[in-house]
Design a protein around this ligand. Structure first.
Ligand code: BGC
Length: 271
């Protein structure tokens, strides 16, 4: 599975939100390939979540599909109860669920603003709080990991790159960065590691229009010094590393996995 080391996360239990497509699906498979049991969260399209579970199982992994709207407190609590009930605890949370509701700023509705904040930011709060409570209840189990628990917050290059036409999304990701750092600061002494991943342009349904046609792909590539559009597996590999003891001394940091998108490619010449 995804070429991961099969024993890196063995025995650990992970929840990946929004794991029925795109980056979340690849992350779920990557964690399973590294030996973790994976709860594949979905809010719509249960069939796709079941497909991801079946694909993990077909490769000898263990997974279950779990419903929760991450922006709904009761749903999130129930999801954690369900996973802890089945697998005794949780060791890894990947806050992946995220949406875009794009609009020109002056036309942006309150609903478009709120929906993006609810899922992208409040969702990370509710899931991280539930995970941290469980990590603290259990404490460190050194047979599994040096840490009591690991949280990986899926952010975006837009936690630092302003994005016209996507003000709600960029604001939510800037929020994810400060959320991640503040929680990391607060919980580090309790052996909980919290980090972020900032993907650049990764080929998934969320940005299909940006890579689907040759013209769109060519203009997207102008923003990527490494001259390829990212694959979901690029993010899965980074997530496995951040979830494992290989990164035990890493907390409160954002790992940019973006082919250099944040390197101001427009300045390669000139300036
Ligand atoms: C967005 C994508 C976009 C990428 C790079 C991501 O966070 O969801 O739509 O292609 O950032 O701009």
């Amino acid at each position: 599975m995804s070429g991961q080391q099969a024993d890196l996360l063995s025995g650990q239990r992970a929840i990946v939100t929004g794991a029925n497509s795109g980056i979340g699906e690849a992350v779920a498979k990557g964690l399973a390939g590294a030996g973790a049991k994976v709860a594949v969260n979905y809010v719509v399209n249960e069939a796709e979540a079941q497909r991801v579970v079946a694909e993990i199982e077909a490769l000898g992994g263990e997974a279950m599909a779990v419903y929760a709207d991450v922006s709904n407190e009761a749903d999130v609590e129930k999801m954690f109860e369900q996973v802890i009930g089945a697998w005794q605890s949780v060791d890894i949370l990947v806050n992946n669920a995220g949406i875009q509701r794009d609009a020109a700023f002056v036309d942006m509705s309150l609903d478009q603003w709120n929906k993006v904040m609810d899922v992208n930011l409040t969702g990370q709060f509710l899931c991280t709080r539930a995970a941290a409570r469980e990590f603290l209840r259990r404490g460190v189990d050194s047979s599994l990991s040096c840490a009591a628990g690991k949280v990986i917050c899926m952010s975006s290059v837009h936690e630092v790159i302003p994005w016209a036409g996507h003000v709600n999304y960029a604001a939510s990701k800037g929020g994810v960065m400060m959320f991640m750092q503040s929680v990391a600061q607060e919980l580090a002494h309790q052996k909980i590691r919290v980090n972020g991943i900032a993907p650049g342009a990764i080929k998934t349904p969320i940005n299909r229009s940006a890579w689907e046609t040759p013209e769109a792909a060519a203009s997207l590539l102008e923003l990527i010094p490494y001259e390829r559009i990212g694959e979901p597996d690029d993010i899965a590999k980074a997530t496995v590393w951040l979830a494992s003891d290989q990164s035990d001394y890493v907390t409160g940091t954002t790992l940019f996995v973006d082919g250099g998108m944040t390197l101001y490619p427009g300045f390669r010449e000139g300036g």
